[in-house]
Each structure stands twice: as structure tokens, then as C-alpha cells.
Design a protein around this ligand. Structure first.
Ligand SMILES: Cc1ncc(COP(=O)(O)O)c(C=O)c1O
Length: 402
């Protein structure tokens, strides 16, 4: 493994967030990562790339996504007005498609014929299979066996879209192992394009994903100003790898009066193996090619993690969040399975919107935060995805209700 950072290489390398991020990979991956970074830089500076990306977001994904004020939920919770940024309404049902469109366009420009992806909740797998079909590329999606069971509807969607779902049985059979397997496949064949689904991984992935997701906050900022005449007092998003949260936060980072609040999963409780609250309970370390906060066991290996939400049980988090935590610009709080299920039910029953279990964590955080604020304050919640994929899980634990 080698590290390339500002200090070691002696020249500035992009992708360093505070003391986090960087590139910690086997030598075999270095040339392809450099090539992807260079091609990405060219695309980022190319107006025609941006036009193609934005026109697909408009005409294919259905952007801008709506901003919905939840008057009934606000009435029930008391306190600040709650607004939702409706990423659940995007084509394929989550924010993941924003990033997939961007990375697939890049892969196409690089002449790639095949993409691979990892997935936990299956939303990134579905979005990857979707863009592969659209752009005429082959697609393999690595998915843990436990997640294949609990997110079965998304496995069928990926297959219908022509993707191959590759089951991963190692370890806990969830997201971390899916990333391990996808990285190994990428090491073996660097002619393929690895379409990473969150703001994680070695440079340039965290930067690319942030830039392809920041449209969420840019739209929401303009919509809040237009609708209410001022910015929200807090922006709240769930944090797995951190892509929807960084996408929601980026446009507000310079607005110092806007609180940025990430919600991590405290699962069954903050004891070892029962949660995936990487920023709350982890410490700086390296996993999957980048430096960030990592949850580890007593041998220093990646810890076992758990959340009812398959998209949140990852033992690390994107480096931008590690830096935002250290600088104090963003706050990170937790929501448990129980709190997420309560929030899920409340949104269904008061607003007629069925949220993903991941997004239900953001809502649970928002409910706590809004309840402590004055009625003239506003909370913006990124509703990262819809809950269709979770109905079986929720029904099997008797949480849907009569
Ligand atoms: C709907 C939804 N929200 C949130 C997440 C968490 O990912 P991230 O933290 O990268 O936004 C996932 C991951 O699968 C997801 O499917």
C-alpha cells in the first residue's frame, strides 16, 4: 500500500479534506485512479459535459426534485417548520441516480464498456444498472448475501435492468464486504469502471461524488429562499457513507448561521456490533483506500456494524464529514432503529409519504431537533429515498401497524 498526500509527495494533491481523504491503495490501482482523476478534471472543466449531465438530470431523472413543507408533521412534533427535499421522487427512487449519471458519463468518455458497483440498500445498485442500460454498458453489482435477502425488491429491479448481481458471502454479508469484493474486482481488471456509490473511496471518488450530489443542496437552497424568503435554520440528512448528506450540505457550508446536522445509525444501541455510528464512536484510520473515521475491533480491524437500514451499516464515512466534524462546522447525532421506525410511521401517517429506512433516520433526527426549536424556525430534511424496498423488513417486525 502506498499513500499519496500533500506531505509525502511534496506537491498539492486534491482530495485531502483536513487531515482526511487521500489515496491508500495497492500499486496496481494507482495508474487507473490517476487516469480517472485526470479525466474527471477535464470533464469538470468542460461545459458540454455539464450540459449533458444537467439535461439528463432534468429530462431523465426528473429534477429539480420537489420541496415539500410538512405542516401535519410539524403540527404533531411542535417546534420548527419541517421541509423535505424530495430525492425519493427521482427516477429510481433515491439520490443515488445523481451520482450514477455523472460517473457513467465519465466512464463513457473514457471509452469504458463495463461498470461495476457495490450496493447495500440496493438503491445504488439499481441506479447503476439503470445508467448502464441507458448508456449501453455491462454492469456487475456486488451485494452482501444478507442485503440480497433484506432488499429483495431491488435485486429483482437490477436483474430486470440487465445487471448481474454478484452475491458476497464473506464476513457479515453486508455493505463493507460488497465494497471489499468490488475493490478486489477493480484491482484484477482496471479496464472496467468502478462506479462508487457514496462519498468514500480513494481520490478522486469523494470529490466526484460530492460534486455530482451537490445539486441537492443547490436546488433546496434556492427553493427555500423562493418559498420562505430565507434560508433554513438547520439542514439534516442521514449519514451512511455520506453522499446524500454532503450533497445536501455543500451549498450551505458558507452560510454560517445554518446548522448542518448528520444523523448516524445507533441501531440497537452504542455498544460494539450494535450500530454503525462511525463519526460518533470511531477514530481516525484507513479503510477502502481513504483516511477517515473508522469503527474498529480490538485488533484494529473494521468492526462489525449493524443498522436496520441496509444503506447505513458501513464502518467508516466519507472524509469530507470527518473534516466537517473536526472543524465543528457540522454536528453529527444518532438515531436508533426504534426512533427511525417511529419517524417512518409518523411520516406515512401524517403526510402520506413512505420514506426509506435510511431517510427515516434523518427524519428521526429532525423530529428531535425541530421539537427544541421555536415555531418560526425552519428545518430542511433531505428525504434521500422512498421506502418501497423496505416494506418486507418493516412488515416482518410488525412495524407497519393495523
Ligand atoms: C435511500 C438511501 N439513503 C441514504 C443512503 C446512505 O448513503 P449515503 O450516506 O451515501 O447517502 C442509502 C444507501 O444505500 C440509501 O439507499
Amino acid at each position: 500500500m502506498t499513500e499519496r498526500s500533500q506531505n509525502q509527495a511534496g506537491f498539492p494533491v486534491k482530495g485531502i479534506y483536513g487531515g482526511f481523504g487521500g489515496t491508500y491503495v495497492p500499486k496496481a490501482l494507482e495508474p487507473i485512479l490517476t487516469e480517472i482523476a485526470e479525466e474527471y478534471e477535464k470533464c469538470a472543466a468542460d461545459e458540454s459535459f455539464r450540459e449533458e449531465y444537467l439535461s439528463l438530470l432534468k429530462d431523465y431523472v426528473g429534477r429539480p426534485s420537489a420541496l415539500t413543507e410538512c405542516k401535519n408533521l410539524t403540527g404533531t412534533v411542535g417546534g420548527a417548520r419541517i421541509f423535505l427535499k424530495r430525492e425519493d421522487l427521482n427516477h429510481t427512487g433515491a439520490h443515488k441516480i445523481n451520482n450514477c449519471i455523472g460517473q457513467a458519463l465519465l466512464a463513457k468518455r473514457m471509452g469504458k464498456k463495463k461498470i461495476i458497483a457495490e450496493t447495500g440498500a440496493g438503491m445504488h445498485g439499481v441506479a447503476s444498472a439503470t445508467v448502464a442500460a441507458l448508456m449501453g454498458m455491462e454492469c456487475d453489482v456486488y451485494m452482501g448475501e444478507v442485503d440480497i435477502q433484506r432488499q429483495a425488491p431491488n435485486v429483482l429491479r437490477m436483474k430486470a435492468l440487465g445487471a448481474k448481481v454478484v452475491p458476497v458471502s464473506d464476513g457479515q454479508g453486508t455493505l463493507k464486504e460488497a465494497v471489499d469484493a468490488a475493490l478486489a474486482a477493480f484491482c484484477n481488471d482496471t479496464s472496467i469502471f468502478y462506479l462508487i456509490g457514496s462519498a468514500v473511496g480513494p481520490h478522486p471518488y469523494p470529490t466526484m461524488v460530492q460534486n455530482f450530489q451537490k445539486i441537492i443542496g443547490e436546488e433546496a437552497r434556492a427553493q427555500m429562499l423562493e418559498r420562505t424568503g430565507s434560508l433554513p435554520d438547520a439542514v439534516i440528512a442521514c449519514v451512511g457513507g455520506g453522499s446524500n448528506a454532503i450533497g445536501a450540505f455543500t451549498a450551505f457550508i458558507e452560510d454560517k448561521d445554518v446548522r448542518l446536522i448528520g444523523v448516524e445509525p445507533s441501531g440497537r444501541g452504542l455498544t460494539y456490533g450494535d450500530h454503525a455510528a462511525s463519526l460518533t464512536k470511531g477514530s481516525p484510520g484507513v479503510l477502502h483506500g481513504f483516511k477517515s473515521y473508522v469503527l474498529t475491533d480490538d485488533k484494529g480491524e473494521a468492526a462489525e456494524v449493524y443498522s436496520i437500514a441496509a444503506g447505513l451499516d458501513y464502518p467508516s464515512v466519507g472524509p469530507a464529514h470527518a473534516a466537517l466534524k473536526e472543524s465543528g462546522r457540522a454536528e453529527y447525532i444518532c438515531a436508533s432503529d426504534k426512533e427511525a421506525l417511529h419517524a417512518f410511521r409518523l411520516l406515512c401517517r401524517t403526510e402520506g409519504i413512505i420514506p426509506a429506512l435510511e431517510s427515516s433516520h434523518a427524519l428521526a433526527g429532525a423530529i428531535k431537533v425541530a421539537a427544541e426549536m421555536e415555531k418560526d424556525k425552519k428545518v430542511l430534511v433531505n428525504l434521500s429515498g422512498r421506502g418501497d424496498k423496505d416494506m418486507e423488513t418493516i412488515s416482518s417486525i410488525g412495524a407497519i401497524g393495523a
